[in-house]
Design a protein around this ligand. Structure first.
Ligand code: SAH
Length: 441
């Protein structure tokens, strides 16, 4: 670890990051007030029409329409991330975050026998900042990765964000290949010469030895909400408010609905959120990792099957009523890691969730911060580095609210032999960086 971190990964402050006091989505409260009025957005008009024609919709359908409707969805047309957007994420706060994740992938690649090729696959890459920081680490450690063929695969539903990602990541001189009708809707070459492709669905990413990354991705997947009543579980729906024009409201379904199947039989809470889409994605990741090796790293805010009502909205760095002006605010719900673990069970091993401050500490954030501080004479840069560290690590800020969770092949934790590259075959190390202190094998 010390070799990597002390060797001064990457340019010191080449990566300008947001000034800090913005809201992150893991947070529940802000000084913001709800908008006094309820503007009739194109999305509200669309939803009112839909509800009038076919009846109230589930919260999951509401979330899906509002966030990813191809014509009017929030992610499809808003530039929502960062200082000028609606919320801020760890990679946008500090370059160290992505650097340490880059080291995590290299550490896993080394621990599992240094395969001759791997795919780096990110789900929901936002502005491309995180993968950019990871690729910078790969470049800096070119001597370690020199005989390895790397390709980058981004799963992104937003055309607007995919354009921003391409601007951040690709080499201008190599024109992007675009094919809107194809599952691979865009292709190019990164600034460091690595092939990069865009997909709308994980299903379309080629199977093969891969490292998967999902940072603040699972929290935007649609959730069904349920409430316990004397008659049993009843699902929460979104309906038109008959009392106020152009306003939506929550109602309870009069009878049982199919998504109830996702609630555990021994559930003791009286209000739960379930996310079938998260289960489908974890199953797909687990099957891929079991079949071809690699690992998945999921980082998000969430709980271990304990929280009840976490569905919320963010607009302009303030908490926002989820039913007001739909399409103008981000919608999110805490990730239930106990559900992710259940969906992976039997196929792959899982680690975590562990708190962000523990994971980053184990990955050597303090050493990396010190290197960057020692190299910087600029007070504003030093201040930004320290503020960024505090935001990521402080238990009252992102340090405790965000969690890391990993999926790994069973053999990775059992000391089995690595099969893919017989020449370099060696037993798997049992220590997984981040979940234990980073140590080079
Ligand atoms: N990982 C980034 C961005 C998080 S925001 C960061 O941490 O900064 C959520 C991201 O997921 C956005 O890029 C959004 O467009 C994308 N997204 C939302 N729903 C998606 C879906 N169903 N499939 C693929 N990407 C999705």
């Amino acid at each position: 670890m010390s070799v990597l971190l002390r060797s001064g990964l990457g340019p010191l402050c080449a990566v300008a990051r947001a000034a800090i006091p913005f809201i992150w989505r893991g947070k529940y409260f802000s000084s913001g007030n709800e908008p006094a009025e309820n503007p009739v957005t194109p999305m509200l008009r669309h939803l009112m029409y839909k509800i009038k024609s076919t009846g109230p919709i589930t919260v999951a359908e509401y979330m899906k329409e509002v966030l990813t409707n191809p014509a009017k969805g929030y992610y499809v047309y808003r530039g929502m991330l960062g200082e000028k957007g609606d919320f801020i994420t760890s990679p946008e706060i500090s370059q160290i975050f992505g650097e340490l994740l880059g080291i995590w992938f290299i550490s896993e690649w080394m621990a599992t026998g240094k395969s001759t090729a791997f795919q780096l696959v990110e789900l929901g890459p936002g502005r491309g900042t995180l993968v950019g920081d990871i690729l910078r680490v790969f470049t800096q450690l070119g001597s370690v990765l020199k005989n390895c063929d790397i390709s980058v695969h981004l799963v992104e539903v937003s055309q607007k964000l995919s354009e921003i990602q391409a601007l951040t990541l690709t080499e201008e001189k190599v024109p992007l290949e675009r094919n809107a009708g194809s599952p691979v809707y865009m292709k190019g070459v990164t600034k460091s010469g690595i092939p990069i492709s865009w997909y709308r669905d994980l299903h379309d990413v080629p199977k093969g030895y891969s490292f998967y990354l999902a940072h603040e991705f699972f929290d935007v997947l649609p959730v069904h909400k349920f409430q316990k009543t004397p008659q049993g579980w009843r699902e929460v729906f979104v309906d038109i408010d008959p009392q106020v024009s152009d306003k939506l409201r929550f109602v309870l379904a009069p009878s049982a609905t199919p998504a109830e199947a996702f609630i555990q039989h021994d559930e003791t809470r009286d209000h739960v959120e379930v996310c079938p889409d998260a289960g489908v994605i974890i199953e797909e990741l687990s099957q891929r990792i079991a079949l071809t090796g690699g690992a998945a790293l999921v980082a998000d805010y969430g709980h271990d099957g304990t929280k009840t009502d976490t569905f919320r909205g963010f607009c302009d760095h303030k908490l926002h009523d989820v039913l007001i002006a739909p399409g103008t605010a981000d919608l999110t719900a805490d990730v239930d890691f106990s559900y992710l673990r259940r969906m992976a069970q039997g196929k792959v091993a899982s680690l975590g969730p562990i708190k962000q401050h523990t994971f980053l500490k184990n990955m050597g954030i303090d050493v990396r911060l010190k290197v960057l501080l020692d190299k910087s004479n600029e007070p504003s840069v030093r201040q930004q580095l320290l503020q960024g560290y505090d935001m990521l690590m402080n238990p009252k800020k992102m340090g405790e609210r965000f969690n890391f969770f990993a999926l790994l092949p069973h053999q990775r934790l059992q000391g089995g032999r690595y099969q893919r590259n017989a020449r370099q075959s060696k037993p798997f190390a049992s220590v997984v960086a981040g979940f234990s202190e980073l140590a080079w094998q």
